[in-house]
Design a protein around this ligand. Structure first.
Ligand SMILES: [Zn+2]
Length: 81
């Protein structure tokens, strides 16, 4: 089963997205409507880069803060995508 907003809600971490322009960001699941039973697939989220307007090419779930830090390259503040 593809990852979906239900999975995101249970990961207890933000969603990681990466744009073709190279921008990476973390998106809070609450902003995306992630909750128990929401089976909307992550690939179908209406995400759009606020810098270049493209769809993110990478959408990632995290299960630890170390995974988040590795994705972002360094500990950073959470930003809205
Ligand atoms: Zn972009």
């Amino acid at each position: 089963m593809p990852d979906n907003l239900h999975t995101l809600a249970h990961s207890h971490h933000p969603l990681g997205v990466e744009c073709p322009c190279g921008r990476r960001a973390l998106v809070d699941g609450k902003v995306l409507g992630a909750h128990d039973g929401n089976m909307t697939e992550l690939d179908h989220l209406p995400l759009k880069c606020s810098v270049c307007g493209s769809r993110p090419k990478v959408v990632r779930l995290f299960y630890s803060q170390a995974d988040v830090d590795a994705f972002m390259g360094a500990p950073v503040g959470r930003v809205a995508f």
